[in-house]
Design a protein around this ligand. Structure first.
Ligand SMILES: [Zn+2]
Length: 467
């Protein structure tokens, strides 16, 4: 690293702390949650306002700006043909309940609170300040440096799909919408349904559990007809995490689990799976639902490593497959189960889904066609990954290696992109939570790292000439 240049960049960023805070507060004040389209704002007026606000900051900085039909925005420091991109997004999830701070921006000491402060408005403004610092320092950069701001990351990622129909993809890009160090592998993701009909009479009158495919269900419940009560109370003891309540001549079975993200399902306790196992053990012989419950319970069918469905696998880069049963529902005669799979990035995903379909078929279930999203993988030796790894190590003094994750980040919307920042190792993640916050000093530290990343990538050859 050029120490003299680093000193200028670091000083410039520190000197602009107050301006940074004020720019970010202005952006956080805009409640840019996706809404119904209005003219020129396909994601709603507030998202459009956030994009124009950011573009006006970029214009003031002397960058070439472009509004991409109200879906995205970009700001470029013109250079050579090779384009280096920094991808962030300006849309947010709703503030939600439980805030003790102002969700539209509140500064308290080092901490700035507000929806989007860390996800992803803080990093977006930090990427602008990184570029401004680089320009102010007179750093020599050969390539074009482009900030790309999306308007639809939280609900659909439709923004960058559209962007790529209008604009060239950057040759190298990073997206500070996750954490440090470089994330060079993201598992493939598929979610979908499988189902079967209960054709013979059953004691079950209702059955439901879970809210979303990518969350381990914290609760599931079933109601059983009175005729089953005698059998149940005689044959079954209460179990941990299962509660029985008799109500209006029905028996209500409540299963209590522990929620977790589908990329780490083993950290949770699946209430839907508990309920299935309970029903498989306790429904009377001859009940119409019993064969399906047994098929789902026996042999740990719903195990989080996929072994029960004969799809367990792992690779050295991204680790083991994870399986999550995210939802269960009985509607009429149809029992529908919703799953989420995170798949090792170097293994054939379609082959795994075919195996799963065969296993489920043999158990009497039909699997709806899945549309897997491919993973993201660039080897550690790839110039983008190697450069960002080096920059992170030089800026922080911490040796680091690129990491693999089970989640899907914004980076996978672009080719030749990886997630990089903004959360440092060991720091809590509070995106999407009440009292979301970021420490100003951390955002500025990230800005310094982004500046060096742009500088180094800004002097790389295009991908074709160095493999
Ligand atoms: Zn985000």
């Amino acid at each position: 690293m050029n120490k003299a240049l680093d000193a200028v960049i670091t000083r410039w960023i520190q000197d602009h702390r107050e301006e940074f805070i004020s720019d970010l507060m202005g952006l956080v004040a805009i409640p840019s949650v996706k809404e119904e389209p209005v003219p020129d704002c396909p994601y709603g007026e507030p998202v459009g306002r956030a994009l124009s606000y950011m573009l006006s900051l970029c214009e003031k900085a002397g960058l070439t700006t472009l509004d991409i039909d109200g879906r995205c925005a970009e700001a470029t420091r013109e250079g050579g043909e090779t384009i280096v991109g920094v991808l962030t997004h300006l849309d947010i999830v709703p503030a939600g309940d439980g805030w003790t701070r102002n969700p539209w921006g509140e500064l308290s000491g080092e901490r700035m609170y507000g929806r989007g402060v860390i996800d992803n408005k803080g990093p977006a403004v930090a990427s602008l300040y990184a570029l401004r610092a680089l320009i102010a320092a007179g750093a020599p950069v050969a390539n074009s440096l482009r900030l790309i701001f999306g308007g639809d990351e939280e609900f659909g990622m439709d923004d960058i799909r559209y962007y790529l129909t209008k604009r060239p993809a950057p040759d190298y890009a990073f997206s500070p919408d996750a954490r440090f160090p470089v994330i060079h592998a993201e598992k493939g993701i598929a979610s979908g349904e499988f189902y079967a009909d209960i054709t013979a009479p059953t004691a079950i009158t209702s059955l439901s559990g879970g809210t979303r495919p990518n969350v381990v269900p914290a609760a599931a419940q079933a109601s059983l007809r009175e005729l089953a009560i005698g059998h149940l109370s005689a044959a079954v003891e209460q179990r941990t995490h299962i509660m029985l309540v008799v109500e209006n001549g029905e028996i209500l079975v409540r299963s209590e689990g522990l929620s977790a993200h589908a990329s780490t399902p083993h950290k949770g306790r699946n209430a839907a799976v508990q309920l299935i196992e309970y029903l498989a053990d306790t429904l009377p012989e001859g009940d119409g639902a019993l064969p399906l419950m047994r098929a789902l319970a026996d042999g740990s069918r719903m195990a989080t490593d996929g072994s029960g469905l004969s799809i367990a696998c792992r690779d050295a880069v991204s680790g083991a497959l994870t399986f999550n049963l995210g939802k269960i529902a009985l509607e009429g005669k149809r029992l529908t189960l919703t799953y989420d799979i995170r798949h090792p990035v170097t293994i054939d995903f379609d082959e795994t889904l075919k195996k799963m379909e065969r296993t489920l078929g043999a158990l009497g279930f039909t699997m709806a066609p899945a549309s897997p999203r491919a993973g993201l993988y660039l080897p550690a030796s790839h110039p983008l990954v190697a450069t960002l790894t080096r920059v992170y190590t030089q800026c922080t003094g911490r040796r680091s290696r690129p990491v693999a994750i089970g989640g899907g980040t914004y980076a996978r919307t672009l080719p030749r992109a990886v997630a990089f920042g903004p959360i440092f190792p060991g720091q809590p993640e509070n995106a999407h939570m009440a009292d979301e916050y970021a420490r100003v000093g951390d955002l500025l530290a990230a800005a310094r790292i982004f500046a060096h990343a742009m500088l180094e990538l800004g002097n790389l050859q295009p991908p074709s000439s160095n493999g």
